[in-house]
Design a binder for this molecule. Structure first.
Ligand SMILES: Cc1cc2nc3c(=O)[nH]c(=O)nc-3n(C[C@H](O)[C@H](O)[C@H](O)COP(=O)(O)OP(=O)(O)OC[C@H]3O[C@@H](n4cnc5c(N)ncnc54)[C@H](O)[C@@H]3O)c2cc1C
Length: 401
């Protein structure tokens, strides 16, 4: 497992406190620079923890806004809300996640039947295309489980427009290797680069931009597609209402199911939940039809172990690594529960498994943070970000709920 991301909340809190002093002017000036593996000090590198809520968005925002005003730390605060925005956007159009999975399945069939495509896809994943920067980022991703945001943008752009590989295979490569692999941020960012998220607007990587923001480490002159057209895609599906989450009645005998989308259960305990028992859901392998990198699997299960160890006094007996609705139902019945309580899981592998539970009521409370923000992801981020001052105001005093 990459030692850049120790799988503990203590490590996340240390990263946060090292980063907070740099979250205002330094971040705004330097955040677009990718100085290379192990040199990502200009950004927070908190995403592997935030994605799994080993540390929450509210905690990070409170720490930064405890030191700086909203206007001084505006850039960083906006970035934190990009995650929220993407989640809300996908929650209201979950068919886009299903569409990605179908597209991936078609692309994977093509890889298996077309030897030329297979060779090109393998070369890109192994970092053997001859485009030095892309090869470097493929290896950095596989070795460290992380890429700088700008590298992700360049990588996706070169994958789609220069190598002309199916975008879904690139998104899948990311999900299998990123510690922060996330259905909403990953799928919608790949779609954004491809030009399918914002109509007729694709992201085109250029040699001069790469050279500038890698501090001259790479200069892929005459190697990249220039002026490529955006990819075609179906129109966005009609928007559904944002979920509100379920009300929790803590007086009913309950079990608690923890999953990769929320590993900070304190807010449920604060709502009065006293679980008879607790289990963790292992949905890692469901993110891709291919094998997920062993270091990603190990990272996620270590995060879960860190969570259950820290909360052991409130969780009852803990069962690790349930994998299916049937296993969850059998466990909950054996524990004598009348309901299964679990933090609301947004579109993705954990939600897919949870949706199959039938034998017992499933209670999915939603954090106030998400309930307030998600309904605003109706259009582009530009419109959403106008709500940030209001969302930050509402968050204050809620203590990380
Ligand atoms: C093609 C592509 C694929 C991506 N796939 C993922 C993914 O699978 N999982 C994932 O968590 N992020 C993904 N991102 C978003 C972004 O690259 C990462 O969240 C960010 O690089 C994390 O590094 P950091 O914590 O150092 O970010 P910082 O710059 O320190 O930002 C702080 C926090 O803000 C949030 N954030 C910052 N930028 C973004 C962004 N563009 N979109 C959403 N949230 C953001 C993250 O929670 C991050 O931890 C993707 C971006 C692109 C362009």
């Amino acid at each position: 497992m990459s030692n850049l991301f120790p799988p503990t909340r203590t490590a996340a809190l240390e990263k946060l406190s090292t980063f907070v002093p740099k979250a205002a002017r330094d971040y705004a000036a330097q955040r677009n620079y990718d100085f290379g593996p192990g040199q990502h000090a200009a950004v927070s590198t908190l995403s592997p923890y935030l994605r799994h809520r080993l540390i929450t968005e509210a905690e990070v925002l409170e720490a930064v806004l405890g030191r700086y005003s909203l206007s001084s730390a505006e850039k960083f605060v906006q970035e934190v809300f990009w995650r929220t925005y993407w989640k809300g956007w996908l929650e209201m159009r979950p068919a886009v996640w299903g569409g990605y999975q179908q597209g991936l399945s078609r692309a994977w069939d093509q890889v298996q039947t077309q030897s030329g495509l297979r060779a090109e896809w393998e070369a890109a994943c192994r970092g053997e295309t001859g485009i030095e920067c892309l090869d470097h980022w493929a290896r950095e991703l596989v070795d460290t489980g992380y890429l700088h945001n700008h590298a992700r943008m360049w990588f996706a752009s070169i994958w789609i427009f220069t190598l002309r590989l199916p975008w879904e295979l690139g998104a899948d490569f990311f999900l299998r290797h990123l510690y922060d692999g996330d259905p909403a941020s990953n799928t919608l960012s790949w779609r954004w680069v491809a030009g399918m998220q914002t109509e007729d607007k694709n992201y085109v990587a250029t040699a001069s931009n790469i050279s500038k923001y890698t501090d001259g480490r790479f200069m892929p002159l005459h190697q990249l597609a220039s002026n490529p057209a955006p990819l075609d895609g179906p129109p966005h599906p009609p928007r559904m209402d944002a979920p509100l989450g379920d009300r929790l009645d803590p007086s009913k005998p309950s079990v608690l199911l923890l999953h990769e989308d929320d590993l900070s259960p304190g807010w449920l305990i604060d709502l009065g939940l006293q679980p008879l028992e607790t289990a963790t859901l292992d949905a890692t392998s469901q993110i891709s039809p291919l094998h997920v990198a062993p270091q990603v699997t190990a990272f996620k299960s270590a995060l879960m172990a860190d969570c259950t160890a820290r909360w052991s006094a409130s969780l009852g007996r803990v069962t690790d690594g349930l994998r299916s609705a049937q296993e969850i139902e059998d466990w909950a019945r054996a524990a004598g529960a009348e309901q299964i309580v679990t933090p609301y899981a947004p579109a993705g592998p954990a939600a897919t498994i949870l949706n199959d539970i039938r034998a017992l009521p499933l209670v999915r409370p939603l954090r106030n943070f998400d309930r307030r923000a998600w309904p605003h992801a109706t259009a582009g981020f530009f419109k959403f970000k106008k709500k940030i001052p209001e969302l930050v105001g509402a968050m204050k005093g809620l203590q990380a709920v």
